[in-house]
Ligand binder design. Structure first.
Ligand SMILES: [Zn+2]
Length: 387
């Protein structure tokens, strides 16, 4: 096994200075600037942030393995919300890349998995329709933006338990109207709705609306999406799996993230970046999910290891993540190279031959088992792929 150095990405939404776990990881190699955001820590072979071996600084992980890893492994420290987005499936990615290679820079899909390290707030998937119905009946600004008639039709279809495909197409109409409203009307509705939420200070969603408006002032179309998508707070150790076309936005907190190697993001709000609302509206998966259904439970495979393998519930085979906990134990050998990051704990591995502490990252070669011993409980994550 080789110690490895990852790459910091200082995106504006990152946590500032030493409060960011990403900064704490980076502090092993450089001093931390207390005024700068530290958003993401990348581990992998992606050309925008390749990892290098620490014991041979000229050699990248890619050069050492003589191949690309099919996944990108990250730590995220999120202070302000990331954009509302979805990722295309493989076929759609090919089409988008051909049509608009500037905004869709590769032809791969980009399934993602996030495992919370702290309380982690996010938006994920359309809510159960009964909840959306209650919001559009309660809030006048939603009726203005979605269209009164559309709202009535949708409510009626939910009340009468019409076929799900009918409810879905009515929801698509509603959401499409909202997202394609004129900037002037959106801005007026945001202002008017702010008056409403300011009188609902004990309502979590009202507080979220006001908070997101502070982060994205001037009438961002994405604000009203909080009434359509599940608002979830994951506890440390809980995960979500973001399959193709599932709408989502990370809002606040720190997590481990693993994804297929791709930059294909279709954005629709809470961002100053390029938005492609017609594409997003068309591609979204409108099926309603409960918060429980959005969560992806890991499976204990040994005393120390919980494994999050997307193949258990999907066709996603680009990555698998293991969570390793305990004072002593063994990390199993696998047939592929893997990357492992120690999030908590210090100690030794390989019969005392390798020392580790918080922020250590290792490349573990294939068919290599690793024993570990620590005075305190370690928390580590390892990513690999069967591809
Ligand atoms: Zn995403």
């Amino acid at each position: 096994m080789h110690p490895v150095r990852g790459v910091v990405q200082p995106y504006a939404w990152g946590m500032i200075g030493a409060s960011s776990l990403v900064a704490q990881l980076a502090s092993k190699f450089a001093s931390v600037d207390s005024t700068q955001p530290y958003a993401e820590y990348w581990m992998g072979t992606h050309p925008k942030g390749e990892s290098y071996l620490l014991d041979d600084k000229q050699t990248s992980v890619k050069a050492y393995l003589q191949r690309d890893l099919p996944f990108l492994f990250k730590v995220l420290s999120v202070e302000t919300a990331l954009s509302i987005q979805a990722h295309p499936n493989k076929e759609h990615a090919k089409i988008l890349h051909k049509q608009n290679p500037k905004e869709y820079p590769d032809d791969n899909h980009k399934p993602e998995m996030a495992i919370a390290l702290t309380k982690f707030e996010c938006l994920c998937a359309f809510r159960p329709y009964e909840e959306i119905k209650q919001f559009i009946e309660k809030y006048e600004q939603l009726q203005i933006l979605c269209g009164k008639k559309n709202c009535e039709e949708f409510s009626q279809s939910v009340s009468s338990q019409a076929e799900l495909s009918i409810q879905e197409s009515l929801l698509k109409k509603l959401y499409s109207n909202l997202m394609q409203s004129s900037p002037t009307i959106i801005s007026q509705c945001v202002d008017a709705h702010l008056q409403v939420v300011q009188s609902e200070t004990t309502n979590d969603l009202s507080c979220l609306f006001a908070r997101l408006n502070k982060q994205y002032p001037g009438g961002d179309v994405g604000l009203f999406s909080i009434y359509f998508f599940n608002y979830i707070t994951l506890n440390a150790g809980e995960a979500i799996l973001l399959k193709a076309n599932i709408p989502h936005a990370y809002l606040h907190g720190q997590c481990i993230e693993c994804m297929a190697c791709s930059d294909n993001v279709v954005r629709a709000g809470l961002t100053p970046k390029f938005k492609d609302i017609p594409t997003l509206i068309d591609m979204l998966d409108y099926q309603p999910l409960t918060i429980q259904q959005t969560k992806f439970p890991g499976k204990k495979i040994s005393e120390n290891i919980t494994e999050f393998d997307p193949r258990q519930i999907s066709s996603i085979d680009d990555f698998i993540v293991q969570e390793i906990r305990g004072k002593t134990g063994c990390i199993n050998a696998i047939d592929q190279p893997s990357l492992m990051i120690i999030v908590q704990g210090q100690g030794v591995m390989n019969d005392g031959k390798v020392q580790f502490n918080e922020a250590s990252v290792f490349l573990i070669e294939k068919q290599t088992a690793v024993d570990f011993k620590s005075d305190n409980n370690i928390l580590a994550y390892r990513a690999y792929s069967v591809l």
